[in-house]
Design a protein. Structure first.
Length: 114
């Protein structure tokens, strides 16, 4: 089993930046990718970005250039740097990790509002 703990969410003003992180623990040796999804109120969960152990990244087209995903493989931690935030980025951001299974964190709320 893999446990995921997210941190760093909160309230930020439009145009601001925020970094959220997620650390995996437990049976982490087979994890080959980690990433982020988000779910806004009344909407379906959508991919934000993910990154493999080899450092290959993948982004939602609409977020390229504003969001940056990175990872620390030694600490099994993934980060999401979010810049130029907009009110429509308000959502619960969920971390995931993949080996032969898919594991999810409980989510961290990001609110973009003045």
């Amino acid at each position: 089993q893999v446990q995921l703990v997210e941190s760093g969410g909160g309230l930020v003003q439009p145009g601001g930046s925020l970094r959220i992180s997620c650390t995996a623990s437990g049976s982490i040796f087979s994890i080959y990718a980690m990433g982020w999804y988000r779910q806004a109120p009344g909407k379906e969960r959508e991919l934000v970005a993910d990154i493999t152990n080899a450092g290959v990244t993948n982004y939602a087209d609409s977020l390229k250039g504003r969001f940056i995903i990175s990872s620390d493989n030694a600490r099994k931690t993934v980060y999401l740097q979010m810049n130029s935030l907009k009110p429509e980025d308000t959502a619960v951001y969920y971390c995931y990790a993949a080996d032969q299974h898919l594991y999810w964190g409980e989510g961290t709320l990001v609110t973009v509002s003045s």
